[in-house]
Write a protein that binds this ligand. Structure first.
Ligand code: FE2
Length: 219
């Protein structure tokens, strides 16, 4: 059984950029449902198999229902890590790469906001690293356009459930507030270091054995 990763901060910690009701619904209802559905679809097959493997094989097999739920479980876990209530300044190799490729963080912010605001329908806007270069990409629904070709550094959820209670239809205002106040540059720097060093970066928490399997193993 895949766990629902707990929020890495209190549900009121991101106020006023994201308010408690949004956090509670987003994590406790939306994210929880993706995790629950993934577990239901896999049954005992979920045991001890990293979620990243499930996403990869579901994509190859074009099993859209499993892919959508497993990837949404992953994307949301990564999204919570992409935010911090305590500002972590951009530093080190990632800062050098952004300065080299975009001049200023403000220029990258404008591109990120424009990409996220232009995403038609539901999706995500990502900051990724590919061959040391930092890029902004967006994706529809649960898709992970960087998988196999780049390392994700940060992501912002642009499904309406992420911002509608706080910002109504003003997705661009949400994106600006998100980038300026919540973006977790410390986490992004860790991901970037993993990309440069050939590491795997963030991994979803491993599944635990279901009560049924534990009882069966103990027979
Ligand atoms: Fe979401």
């Amino acid at each position: 059984m895949y766990p629902l990763p707990p929020l890495p901060y209190a549900e009121d910690a991101l106020r006023p950029v994201i308010n408690v009701e949004t956090m509670r619904t987003h994590h406790g209802k939306h994210h929880a449902r993706y995790v629950r559905t993934t577990n239901e679809l896999l049954g005992e097959q979920s045991e001890l198999r990293p979620l990243e493997d499930v996403i990869g094989t579901a994509s190859e097999a074009d099993d859209r229902k499993l892919f959508n739920n497993a990837a949404q479980a992953w994307n949301h876990a990564f999204f919570w890590q992409s935010m911090t209530p305590v500002a972590a300044p951009l530093a080190g190799a990632l800062r050098e790469a952004i300065t080299r490729d975009y001049g200023t963080l403000g220029s990258l912010r404008d591109l990120f906001v424009a990409e996220g605001a232009a995403q038609f329908g539901s999706g995500w806007v990502w900051l990724v690293a590919s061959k040391g270069k930092v890029e902004v990409v967006s994706s529809h629904d649960a898709d992970q356009p960087w998988r196999g070709v780049a390392m994700p550094l940060l992501v912002c959820d642009v499904w309406e459930h992420a911002y509608y209670l706080d910002y109504k239809n003003e997705r661009d205002r949400f994106l600006r507030a998100w980038f300026d106040n919540l973006a977790n540059w410390s986490f992004a720097a860790q991901q970037y270091a993993a990309a440069l060093g050939g590491g795997v970066g963030y991994r979803y928490p491993l599944p635990t054995r279901s009560a049924h399997a534990t009882a069966r193993a103990g027979r």
